[in-house]
Ligand binder design. Structure first.
Ligand code: SF4
Length: 338
């Protein structure tokens, strides 16, 4: 039940993750958000996995690489990050003087959670000659223990920038790491983490779908498991999947990643059909429960009251920034500009 009392909403923010305040049902939230953007010189950065209403009010929609690049270059005073916690943290790491807001503090990530900093630090000590390349889906503490950050859009270029005789630890996603080992011919040591959304696709249901839609192409994110990637027609980051569906001449696609991206795919190619790849449970599509904790109402409230805010210890921020800067430099040199 939403509360009206401001003081108790304020006090409860850590426990519930957001400002639990009732909104006047007659309020035009879309219009109010636009007004607040101007009043507060705010920018809304949204991940492709956000609900369609949030994507529609965003100033920029992208995947992790694009969002990090936008966060780095924005001149706004306030960044409202419609995504999960590690993404908002990344924006704060790059913008210490700006106010970074996350509509729901509890929007976490199973992949980031699969790499606790103390265990990872011990693992790193077991491989003293290795450098660490970490996927951006990790906490600020793991970033601080890394040499270079990567995203699924630039990972190959990042790995190729490292001399071939330099041993590498890749964290935290073992599926993406295995895929990259195959693509680059490296033998990176992999941390045993995974994303609950990309691991749960049902190969059996997808195979049946392919029989029912013989002309549909299967497109997949590299966080998916190897057996699924083996039967995919195209593998790429969320942005690469979106571009592929715009440039390719097929009319039907089975999409093996979080379903939020289907909104942009359908907008960009209204004449094509996009079928969410089914997970191995009773649902027909695969939503990230963390991403979907953000709602338009929570986004509006966090803009209005400027809470919840991402705050970070300065030493941690500086240590986590180094490997992100390295990633952005390599990406720019490779022409992967956002
Ligand atoms: S889709 Fe997976 S990797 Fe992305 S936020 Fe959700 S749990 Fe994390």
């Amino acid at each position: 039940m939403p509360v009206i009392n401001m003081e108790s909403a304020w006090n409860n923010i850590e426990r519930v993750g957001y400002l639990d305040i009732e909104i006047d049902p007659a309020l035009d939230i879309f219009q109010e958000i636009e007004r607040l953007k101007k009043e507060k010189n705010a920018i809304i950065l949204a991940h492709y996995y956000q609900e369609p209403d949030i994507q529609d009010v965003a100033d920029y929609i992208g995947d992790s690489l694009g969002l990090a690049q936008q966060a780095e270059k924005t001149t706004a005073d306030m960044i409202v990050f419609a995504g999960v916690h590690f993404m908002a943290e990344t924006a704060k790491i790059l913008n210490p003087t700006k106010k970074v807001l996350l509509p729901d503090l509890k929007a976490g990530c199973s992949l980031a959670d699969s790499a606790p900093a103390d265990l990872f630090s011990a693992f790193k000590k077991q491989h003293p000659d290795h450098i660490v390349i970490s996927y951006i889906n990790c906490s600020a503490e793991i970033k601080a223990l890394s040499d270079i950050i990567c995203t699924s859009g630039n990972a190959e270029k990042i790995i190729e920038s490292v001399p071939v005789d330099q041993p590498i630890i890749f964290a935290p996603d073992k599926n993406l790491g295995a895929f990259l080992n195959k693509k680059t011919g490296r033998n990176m040591v992999l941390w045993n983490g995974a994303c609950m959304v990309h691991e749960i696709f049902s190969l059996e249901k997808i195979t049946r779908l392919k029989v029912r839609h013989p002309n549909a192409k299967l497109i997949a994110h590299p966080e998916c498991e190897d057996p699924l990637l083996r039967i995919a027609d195209f593998i790429g980051s969320t942005t690469q999947l979106l571009k592929y569906t715009q440039q390719d001449n097929a009319n039907e696609y089975i999409v093996a990643t979080e379903t939020g991206i289907l909104h942009q795919m359908q907008k960009a190619s209204p004449e094509k059909t996009f079928i969410p790849a089914p997970p191995d449970n009773s649902c027909a599509c695969n939503d990230c429960p963390h991403m979907k904790l953000n709602t338009l109402e929570k986004l509006y409230l966090c803009m209005k009251y400027e809470k919840p805010e991402i705050l970070m210890d300065e030493n941690l921020r500086l240590a986590a920034k180094k490997p992100i800067d390295r990633m952005l430099e390599i990406s720019r040199a490779a022409g992967l500009v956002g």
